[in-house]
Design a protein around this ligand. Sequence first.
Ligand SMILES: Cc1ncc(COP(=O)(O)O)c(C=O)c1O
Length: 439
Amino acid sequence: MQTDTPPSLAAFWMPFTDNRAFKREPRMLGAASGMYYRTLGGQPVLDATAGLWCVNAGHGRKHITDAIRKQAEVLDFAPTFQLGHPKAFELAERLASIMPPGLDHVFFTNSGSEAADTALKMALAYQRARGQAGRMRLIGRERGYHGTNFGGTAVGGIGGNRRAFGAQIWGVDHLGHTYRETDAFTRGQPVTNEDMAGELERLIALHGAETIAAVIVEPVAGSTGVLIPPRGYLQQLRDITRRHGIVLIFDEVITGFGRLGAATAAEAFGVTPDILTCAKGLTNGAVPMGAVVANRAIHDAVVADAEAPGIEFFHGYTYSGHPLAAAAGIAALEVYANDALFARSADLASAWEEAIHGLVSAPGVRDIRTIGLVAGIELESRKDAPGRRALEIFHRCFDEGMLIRVTGDIIALSPPLIVEVDQIVEIRDRLARTIAAVG
Ligand SMILES: Cc1ncc(COP(=O)(O)O)c(C=O)c1O
């Protein structure tokens, strides 16, 4: 039953979408609650991806929507340039309190992309403030994704995201990605004898540490298909960057807020960066918001020890710390704590791993990767049609009532942390049927 009249589709230029195909055959969402979306026609759709990796506490959480509504009635907007409002300060305190020790200053943005670019600029400003203005280079990683602003696009390692836009910002280089086919079907972190992080030493030898400001990586690369770092890799990056005075940034836009069974991947892996970015789950996806959390040395070099009086960091957004986003963020952190969702994610991880690895015998599956409540299922590509098979699976899953995510021929799963064990089994079984049917 149609509950709403669909609007004309012409004007909306959709992001990361095959616009022509979508508008020929639109798939529209109309509502969401708990583990389910509903299409505009009212069909339930089991959400196996938490929206876009963001609705970690499930959809339509009353505590969060009430907080947003109440805040809108009291203070709809307040600038945070030279003024403040209590909710932004409260959220910053609460967020800092769940970060690894030492990460205690929070800068608000409106998205993960803005958080990535803010973190890169913060690293540059820090190096300059401590007398190292020659450190201008930024190092990312192949198959990394840090959003779509200029900095994030440049340090990102996805060819398709970069190619159309010509030369990017100056002085960027990339580490190799950490995926090895020989590790296929590993559960959790692969063990390797290869010195992957040692490649950073090679880049340092090539460019000189005195030219490098920062290294940015996702602890687990999400958007390019759930690439899990081998054991010891992140710690090694930490050791090398520390030794050479390079700022280490973890982009935790996907891995933050319980995805890996802890507040952050930094906590889950026991490796603390100098700067950590987050977004998505920060408000449970309910209001756009990102954040950059810096350690005290970085904050103090730029802010507390600034020589000139006045504004210390010439950067910010009209909506940094927006009242509705701040209210949603506080409420989301309360839901995560009250429902112990990070621990729940950790508890469910082995059931998740067991279920998803059950897809090993589905036709055309060439790898399955799992960690926390995330999975990447890599399929053989069809000859001359890369990405086609996964896209057909995506469409068919949706039409039959389940939302998954695909990138190339890799299926990515990341359900809300409220998922039940029988829903995990349902996700696996639906996927097995659809993979077999699409062939
Ligand atoms: C690791 C990472 N960084 C940054 C972003 C960009 O976030 P946004 O789309 O909110 O700009 C994403 C989005 O998926 C992401 O996964």
